[in-house]
Design a protein around this ligand. Structure first.
Ligand code: AMP
Ligand code: MG
Length: 459
């Protein structure tokens, strides 16, 4: 067995560059995630630390090098506006990265300023916390600190630094970087590190690379099923934004779908709909194929064919994960293949009738809406007791998702200095399954005919 690096900094230096954050003028803590800090065993430190203006003793901040396929095209990337302050071991023994986002320029900044505006950082904070409350694997948000400095976008905007907590920041794109630019030994070191951190059982496999590919395939299939079940649209599923920890990462132009439509796109830059809601499972498969190609130098002989065979497992793996999640939303335990038709016919009805995705499941908990009567006959036949089914549905169908029209107005208010709508909304999205919030404005779909709000990458 090969020996594994203990921390990311034990990997050869081309994987990272030592880089200090650039101090900011006037750091002020805007939101601190006390529950998360406790869970992680991270003490409250001066605001200046979380803005990158003051260093943490023994910390060696670094920017990670990576590449990636952006909208299908290979590019050299790297942390252009983020720095890992260090790895932290939680009281539970988990190793996490503590990363600042918006902390200033790095060798990877290209023409960017290395900075972040307040509203996009608050969006990441809110949506990642909502995803966590919904039970979806995700990076977490520990803090948002304002910098007292404007960032120049189309207009000057208030600047901020987000502290992100992640299982790691190893991406498909990190493997692409190693394979393309660093050679087989570096690639092997990265693989052993990723395995040690995320899938130790793979270390003793006949082919660790194949075992790790399979591990990532399983975690991505499960993650996609989870996203689909809550109506989440990531918006920019480039290979550099797919984390091999299996967590949702990089909340840019992401949003939750209101009325059901597989073609739903929010992102202003996704003009072709490559990352539309309904395409996400396929794109994850595509990204896994990129991972497999990056691993090829470690797969000699017939293992190449085996890698192809592993990739071919994805559609079935995703379908069964999706089936379990979706069937649970209509109160079915132990879903079987035949349930796909029942689920699909409900989704088709939603699309034809322009129904709100999240509300439809809640409505079915209360009664049978007129336009779903014929569908409900088959549903009742399948579940037997609607009462029992409905009880189960209450545990999986959210009342509260961070609806985009609400997110936008909360962020807009925060940008103008009023944080109250944001903190109110944060409170609501943290209790997504609480039936007492059924009448809350956060549970309401936008009025019919409201145009879909366009979201931006926020760079
Ligand atoms: P993202 O769309 O956030 O995944 O970022 C894509 C790439 O652009 C990454 O390499 C980022 O580090 C880089 N980037 C994004 N915003 C900035 C910025 N303001 N300054 C420098 N680099 C940036
Ligand atoms: Mg990214």
């Amino acid at each position: 067995m090969l020996s594994s690096p203990a921390t990311y900094l034990d990997l050869p230096e081309p994987f990272w560059y030592r880089q200090s954050p650039e101090p900011v003028r006037d750091p002020h803590m805007l939101i601190w995630n006390e529950d998360l800090a406790k869970e992680l065993g991270i003490a409250a430190l001066p605001d200046a630390v979380w803005a990158g203006s003051e260093t943490v003793p023994h910390s060696v901040p670094f920017a990670q090098a990576y590449a990636g396929h952006q909208f299908g095209h290979f590019t050299m990337l790297g942390d252009g506006r983020a720095l890992v302050l260090g790895e932290h071991v939680t009281p539970g023994g988990d190793r996490v990265d503590v990363q600042l986002k918006g902390s200033g320029r790095t060798p990877f900044s290209r023409r960017g300023d290395g900075r972040a505006a307040l509203e996009p950082m608050l969006r990441e904070y809110l949506i990642s916390e909502a995803m966590h409350a919904l039970g979806v694997p995700t990076t977490r948000s520990l803090a948002v600190v304002t910098t007292g400095e404007p960032v120049m976008r189309e207009q000057p905007l208030p600047g901020a630094v987000l502290t992100r907590i992640a299982g790691s920041h190893i991406r498909v794109g990190t493997f692409e970087y190693a394979a393309q630019l660093e050679g087989t030994e570096a690639l092997r070191a990265l693989l052993m590190y990723a395995i040690q951190r995320h899938a130790p059982h793979c270390a003793s496999a006949r082919s660790p690379a194949l075992a790790f590919l399979k591990h990532c395939l399983h975690s991505q299939a499960a993650l996609m099923a989870h996203w689909m079940s809550v109506g989440f649209v990531h918006g920019v599923m480039n290979t550099d934004n797919m984390a091999l920890s299996g967590e949702t990462i990089d909340y840019g132009p992401c949003a939750f779908m209101d009325h059901y439509d597989p073609d739903t796109v929010f992102s202003s830059i996704d003009t072709q709909g490559r990352y539309a809601y309904g395409n996400q499972p396929r794109i994850a498969h595509w990204n896994l194929a990129v991972l497999a190609s990056a691993l090829l130098p470690l797969l000699e002989g017939e293992k190449e064919a085996e890698a192809r065979a592993v990739l071919d497992l994805y559609p079935e793996r995703f379908q069964s994960a999706w089936r379990q999640k979706m069937a649970a939303k209509i109160g079915i335990e132990d879903a079987v293949e035949e349930d796909d038709g029942l689920i699909q016919s409900l989704l088709s009805r939603m699309q034809e009738e322009n129904l709100d995705y999240t509300r439809t499941f809640l409505d079915l908990e209360q009664g049978i809406p007129d336009h779903l009567e014929d569908w409900a006959d088959s549903w009742q036949k399948r579940v037997g007791s609607l009462g029992e089914a409905r009880k189960r549905m209450q545990t999986v169908n959210p009342v509260i998702i961070p609806r985009n029209h609400k997110v936008e107005s909360a962020l807009h208010a925060a940008g103008g200095g009023d944080l109250q709508p944001f903190t109110d909304m944060l409170l609501a999205v943290r209790q997504p399954f609480d039936r007492s919030l059924l009448g809350s404005p956060y549970s309401e779909a936008p009025p019919p005919g409201t145009p879909r709000t366009v979201t931006f990458c926020g760079t």
